[in-house]
Ligand binder design. Structure first.
Ligand SMILES: CC(C)(COP(=O)(O)OP(=O)(O)OC[C@H]1O[C@@H](n2cnc3c(N)ncnc32)[C@H](O)[C@@H]1OP(=O)(O)O)[C@@H](O)C(=O)NCCC(=O)NCCS
Length: 159
């Protein structure tokens, strides 16, 4: 799948090691009720590229959505919000309190899924690929500081 994506195919063995160390979680997405893979994505708990703690930091319960990819024939069908909500669920299950995501600075779109831009800076994507990048974040906590849905679960247990 990373070969079809065009980047990071060589990183896959390292990703397995990081997943075992619990600094990364990767997911393959399938069409509902089928074994047809449509794409993938994951969460890093460490910014392996730059060590930037504003992007990912285990101690601060902050993870970063990475490696989002859909095979070309599945793009443009509105699957991105589902991919992001699965990532949010994974993050929630890992006890994370904040999710970040980044992309080309001119690309706006993640805002409509509740992310807020917090900085724009140049990031190296390998070799001489230094591109202006927008970084966004989203809190996974409700206003009262609990994980959203947490208080409902506690009430359920009391019944
Ligand atoms: C990124 C990707 C997963 C999005 O899937 P998609 O099917 O193209 O997106 P959707 O059709 O579900 O888009 C839904 C909304 O998300 C927004 N969006 C799509 N891709 C986006 C991106 N890369 N950055 C920000 N917002 C994006 C769009 O604004 C779109 O809103 P609209 O319907 O009002 O135009 C897909 O295009 C892909 O695999 N691209 C190649 C890999 C890549 O660029 N990954 C991102 C960097 S890690």
């Amino acid at each position: 799948m990373r070969k079809a994506c065009g980047w990071d195919a060589g990183m896959v063995p390292t990703w397995f090691v990081q997943q075992k160390e619990k600094t990364r979680i990767m997911a393959i997405f399938y069409l509902p009720g089928s074994t047809t893979p449509v794409g993938m994505g994951g969460i890093e708990l460490v910014d392996f590229t730059n060590g930037d703690k504003s992007i990912a930091d285990i101690d601060e319960k902050r993870g970063c959505v990475v490696s989002l990819f859909l095979y070309k024939k599945f793009r443009g069908r509105g699957y991105l919000p589902t991919l992001l909500s699965v990532c949010e669920e994974l993050a929630h299950n890992m006890g994370l309190e904040e999710l970040t995501i980044f992309g080309m600075s001119k690309a706006h779109g993640y805002e409509k899924f509740g992310f807020h831009s917090f900085k724009v800076e140049t990031r190296n994507y390998g070799g001489s690929n230094n591109w202006e990048t927008r970084f966004l974040k989203k809190s996974l906590l409700c206003d009262n500081g609990t994980h959203c849905g947490e208080s409902d679960k506690i009430e359920d247990q009391d019944d």
